[in-house]
Design a protein around this ligand. Structure first.
Ligand code: SF4
Length: 198
């Protein structure tokens, strides 16, 4: 939170979460952009973090090639994924897995590669899901779960704090976080992104 970050949104998703706030990433228009052009624009925009998100990035066969091109910029590269798909990615790329309802199923290989595990606290999420073996194995590697409020709703906060407390009783220390950009009403597009690349 707080780091100047360039988001690279890849079109298409293999899921349809009821509370998805990025429907435009799998419905409507998209633009095909060469990997070299994406890397050039990311370099121009600056910032220390490049976040490859979607939609679902792992749907794209060129994801590895995109990450390789971005790695040359010497920034922190992150991928945000629902965790249902997998392909081999440079080990230096930080992978945030956000399992989605109703199944909260993730691929075994991405479970081994996950650097971060983030759950949206909706009415479906419960302690039994959070304590599944597949997730406990990730906590045991030192990756604490993040409980992110659904649209910063008050009832989501109450559920998140209860889940945090219940997990503490089981020896798991979870973080509770709001959606900061919504809380502060931050713009999605920075003034810098409006300028053309010269
Ligand atoms: S996985 Fe993400 S992008 Fe896809 S439908 Fe769910 S919230 Fe939306």
């Amino acid at each position: 939170m707080g780091a100047p970050t360039t988001f690279i949104r890849l079109f298409g998703c293999n899921m349809r979460c009821v509370w998805c706030d990025s429907v435009y990433t799998y419905e409507g228009k998209y633009e095909e952009i060469a990997i070299e052009s994406i890397a050039a624009k990311a370099a121009y925009l600056g910032g220390s973090v490049l976040s490859v998100t979607g939609g679902e990035p792992f749907m794209h066969d060129e994801l590895g090639a995109l990450c390789d091109a971005l790695s040359a910029l010497n920034k922190t590269i992150k991928i945000e994924t629902n965790g249902t798909l997998w392909q081999r990615i440079d080990a230096k790329v930080h992978i945030t897995v956000s399992p989605k309802p109703p199944k909260y199923a993730i691929d075994d290989r991405i479970a081994k590669a996950a650097n971060e595990l983030k759950f949206v606290v909706d009415t479906e999420l419960n302690e039994a899901i959070l304590l599944r073996d597949v997730f406990r194995a990730i906590y045991d590697r030192g990756v604490a779960p993040t409980l992110q409020l659904e649209s910063n709703k008050a009832d989501s906060l109450a559920r998140a704090l209860k889940l945090q407390n219940d997990l503490l009783d089981r020896g798991v220390s979870a973080r509770v976080l709001p959606q900061l950009h919504k809380l502060l009403n931050l713009p999605y597009i920075s003034p810098r992104s409006q300028k053309s690349i010269s």
